[in-house]
Design a protein around this ligand. Structure first.
Ligand code: THU
Length: 165
C-alpha cells in the first residue's frame, strides 16, 4: 500500500510593519538594531536576530563571520546560544530576523538556513514551547507559528528518545 501524503503550513504575510502586534513589532525593531552589530566582512550580508523569552527579556544575536568560513555562525544560532547560555530556564517564545545588504534592510524576509532551522527545532523540543518566527523585510513580513512549518518531518529529541535501545 502506497500513500501520498501532503504537508502544508500556513503563515501570515504582512505588507506593513505597523500591522504586526506591538510585541512582534518591538522584536523586529531589536532585530534591526542587532543587524548593525553584525560582523560580516566577507559576505557583507548582515543579519540580526532578537529572541523574546517568556519573562519578556529580549536577547540579541548577529552573524559573526570568520576568514575560515565554516567557523562563522548565523545570527539565529548566536541569539539562541546566548539565550540558552544566559537564561536557560526562561523559554524563548519568539524570534525575529532582519538582514541588511549594501547598507539597506532587505525588501523581502530572509528565511533561516537549514542549520538554524534544526537548532530552532531543538530548542522547541527542549522547552516544549512553540517559537514564533518573524521574518522581517522592508516590504513584507512573514509570521510562522512554529519551526515545524519550516522543518517538517524533523529529527528532534523526541525521535531520539523513542529510538533509544
Ligand atoms: N546568515 C545568517 O546569519 N542567518 C541565516 O539564516 C542565513 C545566513 C548569514 C551567514 C553568513 O554570515 C551570511 O549570512 C551570508 O550567508
Amino acid at each position: 500500500m502506497i500513500r501520498i501524503n501532503n504537508i502544508s503550513f500556513s503563515y501570515q504575510e504582512f505588507d506593513m510593519d505597523n500591522e504586526l502586534n506591538p510585541g512582534d513589532r518591538e522584536l523586529v525593531s531589536v532585530a534591526r538594531e542587532a543587524v548593525l552589530h553584525a560582523y560580516a566582512p566577507y559576505s557583507k550580508f548582515r543579519v540580526g536576530a532578537a529572541i523574546r523569552l517568556e519573562s519578556g527579556t529580549i536577547v540579541r544575536g548577529t552573524n559573526v563571520e570568520n576568514a575560515a568560513s565554516p567557523s562563522g555562525i548565523c545570527a539565529e544560532r548566536n541569539a539562541l546560544s546566548n539565550a540558552i547560555s544566559n537564561h536557560s530556564n526562561d523559554k524563548p517564545v519568539a524570534i525575529a530576523i532582519a538582514a541588511m545588504a549594501e547598507e539597506e534592510l532587505t525588501d523581502n524576509p530572509i528565511p533561516p538556513c537549514g542549520n538554524c532551522r534544526q537548532v530552532i527545532a531543538e530548542e522547541e523540543s527542549r522547552t516544549g514551547n512553540h517559537i514564533r518566527i518573524i521574518l522581517s523585510g522592508k516590504k513584507k513580513t512573514f509570521v510562522i507559528e512554529s519551526i515545524s512549518g519550516l522543518l517538517p518531518l524533523q529529527f528532534n529529541l523526541n525521535n531520539f528518545k523513542t529510538n533509544l535501545p
